[in-house]
Design a protein around this ligand. Structure first.
Ligand code: ZN
Ligand code: ZN
Length: 244
């Protein structure tokens, strides 16, 4: 019955649902794991925060559905029509392209995040789209995807757009998504998981970990970056690290 579009629409809907489930389950497992580690390493850190954590989980699962839609559409197009520049044969590009493609993805995502994040700190936009994320005071391991749907949408389009622009091996895309997931959680966990020697090193001067993002949640108008401190340093918005 119906138009010839129906089977394709059904396939797209199935793909979006599958992606939503993958993102949602991935969130529950990884955030749950880091919450468990937190319980062991910093017992009592999340004491009395059950209400906030429930809200963080609710917003994050809603975000999973918003992430699932564009990624589901693109995953369907990749399988059904060969969309995107994702490749699976390692020999399709020089080997050195693999690490470089990962860095390019992270830097592009970081750039997009920095500028949309700064925009979301304009008072009007903040109240509508970003206050939800800052309701986590201090954030917990469950806050990684705790975004208002509008903010979730700005994040959800990044990787699905980049796979059309930058060639990337499927395994490297998996690595990008893993870094995205782990850093999203550890940056909000409320304590620093990386060694002090790294955080306070020359390399640490350019990398974002919990010590850096925690200060953003404390002071709001600084430390806007996602992975790297490049834009924060360049634009004078870097206020160093705190000691969560
Ligand atoms: Zn945050
Ligand atoms: Zn913010």
């Amino acid at each position: 019955m119906g138009s010839p579009l129906s089977p394709a629409l059904l396939a797209i809907a199935a793909s979006a649902l599958a992606m939503t489930a993958i993102v949602g389950v991935r969130y529950l497992i990884t955030s749950g794991l880091f919450a468990l580690v937190t319980h062991r390493v910093r017992p009592g850190l999340y004491a009395g925060m059950n209400r906030q954590i429930r809200a963080e989980i609710g917003w994050s699962l809603l975000s999973a559905a918003i992430y699932g839609l564009p990624s589901g559409i693109v995953a369907w197009g990749w399988q059904a029509h060969g969309w995107t520049r994702i490749y699976t044969q390692a020999s399709a590009h020089p080997l050195w392209w693999m690490p470089l493609s990962v860095i390019l993805f992270l830097f592009a995502h970081d750039t997009w995040f920095y500028w949309t994040h700064r925009w979301m700190h304009r008072p009007r936009v903040f109240r509508i789209a970003h206050a939800v994320h800052h309701a986590s005071r201090p954030p917990t391991a469950w806050a990684a995807m705790s975004f208002h749907p509008l903010e979730a949408l700005t994040g959800a389009v990044v990787v699905p757009a980049l796979v059309f622009l930058i060639p990337i091996h499927a395994a490297m895309l998996g690595l990008v998504l893993t870094i995205m997931t782990v850093m999203g959680i550890t940056n909000h966990m409320g304590w620093e998981i990386f060694p002090r020697a790294l955080v306070h090193s020359r390399l640490g001067h350019w990398l974002i970990t919990a010590s850096h993002h925690h200060r953003h949640h404390e002071q709001y108008r600084c430390n806007y970056g996602l992975y790297f401190r490049f834009w924060d340093h360049l634009c004078g918005t870097d206020r160093g690290v705190s000691a969560p």
